[in-house]
Design a protein around this ligand. Structure first.
Ligand code: VGL
Ligand code: ZN
Length: 195
């Protein structure tokens, strides 16, 4: 039997408008994402939140030769999960990117996420969050490599669009790797029907 889990990727203040590395219009997806989170919680299905959790001297920061402004520094307000995205009781947090010398976009890289999903008997992961070209893309591809079926919730992701078209290319790349794309309404109907 299929068992679903929800992976909410990096919905942290710094990735929203006003933050250090904002995804344009990221707040537009919050209502749909919140409905999906509630649907999983109501169905008793596991909900995981990944968070980018960098030390101040992280190698991805411009001052250290990386591509990004400082963002999601451990313990700062920018690293907190957005206050309009409630974490249901029992949801699990996965921190990544905490090694100063290693860039880590995927929620599976250097974490025990695969083990935690495996122990729960999860077969299918539904993925939403930020940013679609970086952490959502790499998390989705690693989920597939780890043997999970991966489904990207297209209206619950947003892209940085460093170059125009990056988000669309990322979605194509995930599909080419074997991920499916679904809408939040489809996921909510599916999860509701499993109860
Ligand atoms: C991310 C850029 C840098 C992400 C994290 O969450 O997609 N992007 N660090
Ligand atoms: Zn980062």
């Amino acid at each position: 039997m299929a068992k679903a889990a929800l992976l909410v990727v990096d919905v942290q203040n710094d990735f929203f408008p006003g933050g250090a590395l904002p995804v344009p219009h990221a707040d537009a997806m919050i209502p749909d994402l919140d409905r999906v989170i509630s649907a999983f919680a109501d169905a008793g299905l596991p909900v995981f939140f990944t968070r980018d959790w960098h030390p101040v001297n992280h190698c991805s920061f411009k001052a250290l030769g990386g591509p990004w402004p400082p963002h999601c520094v451990q313990g700062t307000p920018g690293a907190e999960i957005h206050k309009s995205i409630p974490m249901p009781a029992g949801s699990q947090l996965v921190s990544k990117g905490d090694d100063p010398d290693r860039d880590a976009y995927s929620g599976f890289q250097g974490t025990d996420l695969a083990d935690r999903l495996g122990k729960l008997g999860v077969t299918d992961v539904y993925i939403g969050g930020l940013a679609v070209e970086y952490c959502v893309r790499t998390t989705t591809k690693d989920a597939l490599l780890d043997g999970f079926a991966a489904h990207v919730i297209v209206d619950c992701v947003g892209g940085l669009e460093v170059r125009k078209g990056d988000s669309a290319a990322a979605l194509r790349e995930m599909e080419d790797s074997g991920a499916s794309t679904v809408t939040s309404s489809e996921v909510i109907a599916l999860v509701g029907a499993q109860q």
